[in-house]
Ligand binder design. Sequence first.
Ligand code: GSH
Length: 216
Amino acid sequence: MAVHERPILVIGDKNYSSWSMRPWLALTAGGIDFEEVHVKLRTEATKATILRHSPSGKVPALKLGEVVIPESLAICEWAAENAVAAPLLPADPVARAVCRAVSAEMHAGFATLRQECPMDVLARHHGHPISDACRSDISRIEGIWSHVRRDYGADGPYLFGAWSIADAMFGPVVSRFVTYGPHLVREAADYVAAASHHPAYQAWVAGARHQVATGL
Ligand SMILES: N[C@@H](CCC(=O)N[C@@H](CS)C(=O)NCC(=O)O)C(=O)O
């Protein structure tokens, strides 16, 4: 289906909505012109407002005319297919498959990390207690990052060298590590430093700061 209207991304609060951050980073890094609609989370009106945009009742949702695409990973894939600034998937087919695999693992997993260390972009909680189960999630993430950086990351500082949808999917994990400061192996710490300085990531943080400062 041809899309003629400007895409609209419906998102939650930039300080808290980790699922919203992922496709927002992908659309932004891909240079896609899109409109942003913000739904304030954790209010009595939140659910009804989201349902006016998406039958899934969740953000993010990408509106393409009358078509609504929910689910962060699907929107990141759409961003990869429509990117104009830079490709968002590796050119090599094997690297591309691994990129999709680690993105899907992020989408489906790491529930303990997500629960114990909720995204709170502007906060700093270094010294926050980390349970064994949470440490196990962090160890698997360190393993993924070290593996893909070593095997596919030679051409740049991001997971697959050039920035990709895997960096979008792990963006909120980078933010959690900045907020909670768990000890990380060197490769993971280096990646956090690079990913947290990417222009799209920085623009999201600036947006979170603006929303908090203005109470929007
Ligand atoms: N699997 C979904 C998860 C979306 C999700 O859980 N979004 C949360 C915000 S981060 C939400 O909409 N919460 C509002 C609610 O449930 O009322 C995705 O990947 O997009």
